[in-house]
Design a protein around this ligand. Structure first.
Ligand code: HEM
Ligand SMILES: CC(C)=CCC/C(C)=C/CC/C(C)=C/COP(=O)(O)OP(=O)(O)O
Length: 307
């Protein structure tokens, strides 16, 4: 209802060009897409011992970024009613009426098709189809169905968000390898603690909009246990790049420290919680993934850096 009311304000909204650009930018969930693109780029760099071919780097990054942004825009179009009723998402451009469904649909379609054409023509077909699969997985399967169907929504839906290192790797090698699957596995196992840490602090909001997130269906205590279990698994999985021979000692040391610190957060959340710790853990999860993938990258080029 609020979404419908606020969309009437679009009649009086006369944006400047830069405001309009900001609206489309926000429709793409830019900070999430940025991290997604970064993990895809790390996949590209780790796929080759030398420098990534410039074509794969530029067009692969662009194509994957455009299709991830398209998926995010479709997610906001489908979720406008729920978004209008949650404080965290109330300022999104479709909720405020700064963008309407028609404009957003044309935009999402245009950047999605542009991304697909770039990948098909300038990268390779494997990357293009896998990226389309991820787009459909997130925008279609997760947003339209899973999100409202089961508290395991994000475990299954997380596969789409974890795909980017596979996509980046495929852009360079035209193949899916065990090492790219290890990078996928890290993000896949990271997603539940990333999201549930936020969800335990926002459980009331999700309950009010009838979205069956784990803290709503199984309670906060159970969710804290699940976060701890996934973080223990994440600790082990984050060591796999070292044990598979993909990464060296620098990465191993970084992974132990970063995953160890994540475990401290998860343990505190379980046994010594205090108000706001859920959001702090969520914030750390983002720093964690950024830092872990930076460590993979630095470790990979260490021999070049140190000569
Ligand atoms: C199904 C999987 C996922 C779910 C359910 C999820 C959920 C969320 C939610 C609810 C937020 C809060 C957004 C806000 O503050 O409005 C968020 C933020 C964020 N997520 Fe995720 N996420 C998922 C996967 C990912 C993946 C794969 C990445 C990147 C690799 C990622 C990166 C981020 C970043 C960077 C933010 C901070 C955004 C900001 O500050 O605006 N997420 N996520
Ligand atoms: C093509 C490709 C690589 C696709 C990537 C998919 C993608 C953009 C994943 C992002 C994951 C994410 C932000 C989920 C939150 O959605 P939500 O609806 O639960 O969160 P919200 O309530 O903040 O909207």
């Amino acid at each position: 209802m609020r979404a419908i009311m606020s969309s009437s304000s679009s009649a009086t909204y006369q944006p400047t060009l830069s405001q309009r650009i900001t609206d489309y930018y926000e429709l793409c969930k830019p900070r999430v897409v940025l991290l997604i693109v970064f993990t895809a780029m790390v996949g590209m760099f780790l796929a080759t011992p030398g420098m990534v071919p410039i074509g794969a780097l530029v067009f692969g990054t662009l194509g994957i970024g455009l299709m991830a942004a398209s998926a995010a825009a479709v997610n906001q179009m489908i979720d406008v009613q729920a978004d209008s009723r949650m404080k965290r998402t109330r300022k999104r451009p479709l909720v405020t009426g700064h963008l309407d469904t028609r404009r957003s649909a044309i935009f999402a379609f245009a950047i999605g098709v542009a991304g697909m054409v770039i990948l098909l023509t300038l990268v390779n077909a494997l990357t293009a189809w896998l990226t389309l699969f991820a787009l459909v997985g997130y925008a279609g399967i997760y947003t339209m169905y899973l999100k409202r169907a089961t508290p395991q929504n994000i475990v299954i839906g997380g596969a789409a968000g974890a795909a980017p290192p596979i996509l980046g790797w495929a852009a360079v090698t035209n193949s899916v390898t065990l090492n790219s699957l290890i990078l996928f596995l890290i993000i896949f196992i990271w997603t539940p603690p990333h999201f549930w840490a936020l969800a335990i602090d926002r459980a009331k909001e999700y309950a009010e909009v009838d979205i069956p997130m784990l803290p709503v269906t199984h309670g906060i205590e159970h969710t804290r246990t699940q976060i701890l279990i996934y973080t223990v698994i994440l600790f082990a999985v984050s060591l796999l790049p070292f044990f598979s021979g993909m990464s060296g000692w620098l990465y191993l040391a970084s992974a132990v420290v970063l995953s160890g610190w994540f475990l401290v957060y998860a343990a505190r959340l379980k046994w010594r919680p205090y108000p706001g710790l859920g959001m702090k853990t969520f914030g750390y999860s983002i720093v964690y993934l950024m830092a872990l993938f930076t460590a993979l990258l630095v470790d990979h080029y260490m021999p070049v850096i140190t000569g």
